[in-house]
Ligand binder design. Sequence first.
Ligand code: GDP
Ligand code: MG
Length: 689
Amino acid sequence: MIKIALAGNPNCGKTMLFNELTGSNQYVGNWAGVTVEAKEGKLKGEQDVIIADLPGIYSLSPYTPEEVVARNYLVNEEPDVILNIIDGTNLERNLYLTTQLCEIGIPVIMAINMIDIVKRNGDIINLDEISEHFGCTCFEISALKGTGVKKCAKKAVELARTNKGIPPIHHSFDDRVESAIHFISALLPDGTDMLHKRYYATKIFERDELVSADFPDCGDIIKDVERYYDDDSESIIADQRYRYITSCIDECRIKSGKIPVSDKIDSIVTNKYLSLPIFAAIMFGVYYLSVTTLGGTLSELITDRIFGETGLSLVAENLLVSVNCAAWLTSLIVNGIIAGVGAVLSFVPQIIVLFIFLSFLEDCGYMSRIAFIMDKLFRKFGLSGKSFIPILVGTGCGVPGIMSSRTIENVNERRMTIITTTFIPCGAKLPVIALIASALFNGAWWVAPSAYFIGIVAIISSGIILKKTKIFSGDISPFVMELPSYHMPTFKSVARATWDRSWSYVKKAGTIILLASCAVWFLSSFGFYSGSFGMVQKMDNSILAYLGNRIDIIFEPLGFGTWQAAVATLLGLIAKEEIVGVFGVLYDNIGEGFTALSGYSFLIFNLLCAPCVAAMGAIRREMNSAKWTLFAIFYQCFFAYCTSLAIYQLALLFETGAFTISTVFAFIVLAAFIFMLLRKPAKQYIAKR
Ligand code: GDP
Ligand code: MG
């Protein structure tokens, strides 16, 4: 077995190359921090070659959990070759990592990626010079266009087969530093891996805590050098690396001096006044098009033809009756499975349209601008724009969204982000939004986009509220976001991303939703009636109604205190699509159970309350603490409850003049909310600023 590890800075195209080489379908997003775990796959056409995609790193001195993953993989998993992917539009920063990769002791091949953009900008990269300076073979590739990829992979495999154990050339530091590294190297215990000796010695010299702990104390040697340079050892090393790169960069690359197209676009899109309106307009358009117009029309078409009353269920019913199928089985298939799964599947067109837009916006580079724009806005409220990346990812699915919070170093900010990420409507919540918008609001233009914006407001206001508490107080960590160059996404990459996400939606419909629909059908068709157990005529006598009736009182103040809504909310915790599935089984028309206002309140509650079990599991993993997980779930449910209560009761008061005890509570909630937003931050918060 041969192992090739893809290493490089964040957003340099590793995952795209990985997908290209292995034929797999990992998530490619145009911003830093998309890949947070090492992923392995087999090279296409080679049975014994494993390619590993690693999280992006700027250096081998990790700060965040996912950077540690990458470093440990490179050092401990002993890949045979490191394929160093380099963003050609940003040579200096990328080569900084290269100098370190060459020190690990494993052969390195360099692949200068994004060569299409480099050429578009009119710059020229001199491969021979780079090869000579860094002592490793160097290729020009474009993972996006597929150019040069095969040749590069072939060379990597060849090198892995022939060059086992021969370390690459590495550059040398100043004499003093070099001799210190040699000294430390000699002190390393005998068992130390020969291959990695220089790497360990350098890390110990840098006082890397994770490495130094296992080795003898070399403090005196390091202090000597530090005294000489009057700087700390880590900075000395960093400084010398940069000086080395600066000394050779002009030979490696010739710049054309043209202003790149990307910068021109950015002058409009990230403009102080225009950026937020443009973002709002774009997201409005995306939701409007995918839920209401384009996606909505397509969904209606397939609902009418296939999943509606006159479609599949009629055909199935006729067929089953004609073969004398048992009444209960017919009911299970028609009213349970087809109604439940069909209700979920009928939203597939909307899902596809949404994901096409999102994939396009992500891939072209626009979404990373959003994080940048949002950083400015968030900062005013004491939040870091870094929290926005998980939210962007969460627009597809909350699970990877929560996972991408790993890129946030500060533990408080990370927790806060995990708690709030699922406020943004994910793909599975889209059908619920679409259902309410079409069935209760007649497809009004504002319903779907409002769900997205309520999500954002919920995140920002939660951020403000939490940040002011003692637990979450503290400085906002700096956020340096590099903006990748814009590019036109290829059809292939958008199609891939869309397919991947839509398919997982369909898969869920065929598995969890199918099972849940059967269960809902059973529980809603059977019950005790006049003393005996059996199929009931009226659903109100079913077990499900009985169970729902125990809890629906909780939702009374929110306007949807029916057993059906209670059951749907509860089953929404299995998967949010299941809400639509439940209604498919329980209602012929959801207008029977809701008014427009109570439907909207129901929607808000279900958008904001605890996410599905998969996402709750992700919260548990990332929080790594039962206490914090419970807090997150409690906070989400509490926030959702208060928001729905306030919206429903105040709108009701406005609409009908109804004033009850719940209205009083709504006012109290509103007042408390405003107070929490405006109050002075907790002490510690001020002290640190
Ligand atoms: P990673 O963070 O290193 O895994 O990077 P990704 O594979 O997620 O890619 C980051 C972004 O760069 C995506 O938007 C890709 O479409 C884009 N990208 C990757 N390779 C190329 C390339 O060769 N040319 C251009 N123009 N874009 C690329
Ligand atoms: Mg990646």
